[in-house]
Ligand binder design. Structure first.
Ligand code: ADP
Ligand code: MG
Length: 323
């Protein structure tokens, strides 16, 4: 199969085979040197890219379906963290070979999430080499309303959505047994980008980040860029039933607070919005848990019953110890 046949068969045809991903604001899609897109008046374009490399960002045993789903999900999660509504994406894919069954499965996983959020694939690049997927997502956010890392204010409450630490356990489980199935493995392979939450937070919150590298590492970005400090009530951090069962009453908080790949949102909001956030939790049927507050100073203090807890941070960093 030539590169062009492969592009036609799997990528150009995607929006015909899955018409729910087709959008009116795509003036020219796949097939020319560039796509042509129109941005609505009064909106800003939010753009983000993430690469996933086999053996680094997902175990080599991961199915093509899950690789596609996760690649799109982690990108959409960045839009969620800005409060943006997804619109388009491009896909640069490097494949070791032209495995038709693998590609069919990949497209299925991709289309499932693209359909859910009405994201149209509008271009990309196809090359041969070690399996790697780079997606760029583009979305819309009301002008000057995006949720930014530098907008936390002293006195704000700190919240997280969903539960924390599941994907970390899921990764341990599949590394021990690639066939293992569990809630935590599904959280690892098919994370849920919190798009509706991000969009709903515009106007309530000014500051958010998605938890990709570990809650403490990601919160650190907020406090550094906002020039503030944070206090975390560690026992308030929400854990799933599966994670609680795993720890059987002896939670390893260093592990939980450093675990990556959860793709929940960590956001701040002034305390006058507590009722709005409680309502939003019911409306989205998604736990939104207050885990601490923004204070003056610098750094993150981890507390248990108002006493300081020593937490080892081991969040993932691609270039750590490689000076
Ligand atoms: P060029 O050589 O001009 O970069 P290509 O031959 O790489 O163009 O690609 C042809 C068309 O197919 C372009 O519109 C490009 O955006 C699209 N395309 C290539 N690979 C992919 C892919 N993996 N997913 C989506 N679109 C792709
Ligand atoms: Mg090209």
């Amino acid at each position: 199969m030539s590169e062009f046949k492969l592009i036609d068969l799997f990528f150009k045809s995607l929006s015909d085979i899955h018409p729910a991903t087709k959008r009116d604001d795509v003036l020219l899609g796949i097939g020319d040197d560039c796509a042509l897109l129109s941005v609505p008046d009064g909106k800003q374009l939010a753009v983000s890219t993430d690469t996933l490399i086999s053996g680094v960002h997902f175990p080599e045993s991961t199915s093509a379906y899950d690789i596609a789903y996760k690649s799109l999900a982690v990108n959409l999660s960045d839009l969620a963290a800005m409060g943006a509504q997804p619109a388009w994406c491009s896909l640069a894919i490097t494949l070791p070979d032209e495995n038709k069954l693998w590609l069919e499965d990949f497209i299925k996983g991709f289309a499932e999430l693209a359909t859910k959020h009405k994201v149209q694939l509008i271009g990309g690049d196809t090359t041969r080499g070690t399996l790697s997927i780079t997606i760029q997502v583009m979305g819309f956010v009301d002008a000057a309303k995006a949720l930014r890392r530098d907008k936390a204010k002293v006195g704000d409450d700190i919240y997280v959505s969903g539960t924390i630490g599941d994907s970390g356990l899921g990764l341990q489980q599949v590394l021990n047994n690639p066939l293992h199935k569990s809630f935590c493995v599904s959280r690892l392979n098919q994370p849920t980008p919190r798009i509706e939450l991000g969009e709903s937070l515009v106007g309530i919150s000014a500051c958010a980040i998605d938890v990709s590298d570990g809650l403490l590492d990601d919160l650190e970005h907020i406090i550094q860029q906002s020039c503030v400090a944070a206090e975390i009530d560690v026992p308030a951090v929400p854990l799933s039933a599966e994670l609680q069962a795993h720890y059987a009453g002896h939670v390893n908080w260093s592990e939980v607070l450093s675990a990556g790949d959860d793709y929940e949102l960590c956001f701040t909001a002034p305390s006058r919005y507590q009722k709005n956030i409680a309502d939003l939790q019911d409306q989205l049927n998604l736990p939104l848990t207050r885990i601490g507050r923004i204070v003056e100073g610098s750094g993150i203090e981890c507390l248990e019953n108002k006493k300081k807890l020593d937490i080892l941070k081991t969040g993932y960093n691609h270039f750590k110890d490689k000076a």
